[in-house]
Each structure stands twice: as structure tokens, then as C-alpha cells.
Ligand binder design. Structure first.
Ligand SMILES: [Zn+2]
Length: 279
């Protein structure tokens, strides 16, 4: 398996840092061969930064186990929406980074500064991973119910692959979105939501199934989850969002027991990541 969403380092005040050795022990327990390491560089999220430089260093220590992403705060440079992120991000790509994220900056998804990042990443062939939240959140990339900002981005940057992730993204698995205060809505999916529509209509939208948000979206209605996974399996990525060292990856059991064929499971657990990240 390839975990497309993991973290390392000391990011939470008072918590022990997640060392490479601890993450590898977790990976070995569950049969994960490689993990994508996502830097955290936006000041709204967590208490300490874990920079791209740290990710590159940790990945160099375990090149067979870790895959580095680059992360740059969108307010760097001129902070006016005109900054050219391409040279900065390319320098990290030249050092081995395979994707961009995760973005937790508390800006609207269609903010001009974020668009500068989507543009550079499209030109560099890097997928971009934002953590989507609704407008009331004080961290994470903001969208409205129905994800109009995300759709604007998908239209404007067809070369840029966006990996959907986070509570507001996955709340939209159902058409009936209960409201912006409910991060993990429960109940049957009576009618497919905007996630289904956008995955169907935009080749540049993918999604990762990590964290409580991805798990909850599937676990709330397993019959619908099976249909959803069978419809979109070519653009779905297994992930855990492991970052504090005590999470159980319930998503593994769910994917193994929901009734998928072995070839679909292979795509979600591994092959899609290999192709997307050109491993
Ligand atoms: Zn994460």
C-alpha cells in the first residue's frame, strides 16, 4: 500500500514529535510500504511548522519508505496575488518533491494567491492537496456549500490536479449537506452530492480517503460507498492522515470489507498513487 497522506515532526504543543521511526513502525503494522510526507507551513494550523526542508531531510534518510511533497505558504513572496511561485516550487521539485500540500491556509479556494500556486503546480505537473473547510472555519481552505470556489479552480486550471480532502469536501458526498457546523455528517446518502458530480465532470479532480472526514463519508452509508468507490476508483487515493501517533486507520478495514474487486482495491491502495506521483 501507498499512504498518500501522512505527516512527521513536532506539530502540536505538548505532544511528542512523530519521528520517522515511529511512522515506519505504524506503516509496518498495517502493511504500508511507502507514505507521502506532507509539510505543514501555514500558521493557522497546529503550533509548529514542519517545513519542506525537514520533509526532504527525513525522506532522504528513508528513501524507500517516504515520498516528499513541497509546501509553500500562499502569502509568501509579494502577498498580492502576482507572485510567481514557479521558480520557488521548482527548486523543491528538483530535490525530489512529488506533489504540493497539504494547504491549510485559511483563504478562499479561489483566492488569487492560491491561484498562483495552482498555476505553478500545473506547469510543474504536481498534484495539489488542499484541506477544505466551510467559511466559519479558522483554518483550512475555504469553500461555500456546493463547492463553487473549487469548481471555479477546476475550470480555470485544467492542467492542475486537485486532490480533494477535508471535512467540507467529504460532507458533500451527499446532496443533503446538513450545515456548516457539522464536520462529519451521518446518515444514508439519499442523493449523490457535489463530490460525485465534480469527480465525474472534471478529470483534474481526484480525492484522498484519509482522516475522519474520508472515513466518515464512506462509513455513513456502506451501500452507497461501494457504488461510489466502484464509479470513481481511478481517481481515489488511500491515505491515513497519521500525524499524532495514536490514530487507528479504520479506512483499511472499510476498503477491504466493502465488497470491492481486488483490481479496484489495488488501484485505490497503490496503483493510482504510483501513476499520479510518477513513482
Ligand atoms: Zn493532513
Amino acid at each position: 500500500m501507498i499512504d498518500t497522506h501522512a505527516h512527521l515532526g513536532k506539530v502540536i504543543f505538548g505532544a511528542d514529535p512523530l519521528t520517522p521511526e515511529k511512522l515506519i513502525a505504524f506503516m509496518d503494522t498495517y502493511g504500508i510500504e511507502k507514505s507521502v510526507i506532507l509539510p505543514l507551513v501555514n500558521p493557522e494550523e497546529e503550533h509548529y511548522f514542519y517545513t519542506t526542508e525537514q520533509a526532504l531531510e527525513d525522506c532522504r534518510s528513508y528513501p524507500d519508505r517516504f515520498i516528499p511533497f513541497v509546501n509553500v505558504d500562499p502569502r509568501r513572496g509579494s502577498n498580492d496575488g502576482n507572485y510567481d511561485f514557479y521558480p520557488l516550487i521548482k527548486e523543491y521539485v528538483d530535490q525530489g518533491c512529488k506533489g504540493f500540500g497539504e494547504i491549510l491556509a485559511n483563504l478562499p479556494a479561489h483566492d488569487k494567491r492560491l491561484k498562483g500556486i495552482y498555476k505553478a503546480c500545473g506547469a510543474l505537473g504536481l498534484p495539489v492537496l488542499p484541506d477544505f473547510r466551510y467559511a466559519t472555519s479558522t483554518n483550512g481552505v475555504i469553500d461555500q456549500i456546493g463547492m463553487p470556489y473549487l469548481e471555479e479552480v477546476l475550470c480555470e486550471f485544467p492542467q492542475t490536479i486537485i486532490i480533494g480532502h477535508g471535512p467540507s469536501f467529504w460532507a458533500e458526498i451527499a446532496a443533503d449537506v446538513p450545515g456548516i457546523q457539522e464536520n462529519y455528517p451521518k446518515g444514508k446518502v439519499e442523493k449523490p452530492g457535489r463530490v460525485d458530480y465534480l469527480l465525474e465532470h472534471y478529470p483534474n479532480l481526484w480525492a484522498d480517503l484519509s482522516a475522519m472526514s474520508g472515513y466518515n463519508a464512506l462509513a455513513r452509508d456502506l451501500d452507497y460507498a461501494k457504488r461510489f468507490l466502484e464509479k470513481h476508483y481511478r481517481k481515489l487515493l488511500f491515505g491515513t492522515d497519521y500525524f499524532v501517533g495514536n490514530q487507528e486507520p479504520h479506512i483499511i478495514d472499510l476498503l477491504n470489507n466493502v465488497g470491492l474487486s481486488s483490481s479496484i482495491k489495488q488501484r485505490i491502495f497503490r496503483k493510482n498513487a504510483e501513476e499520479l506521483l510518477k513513482l
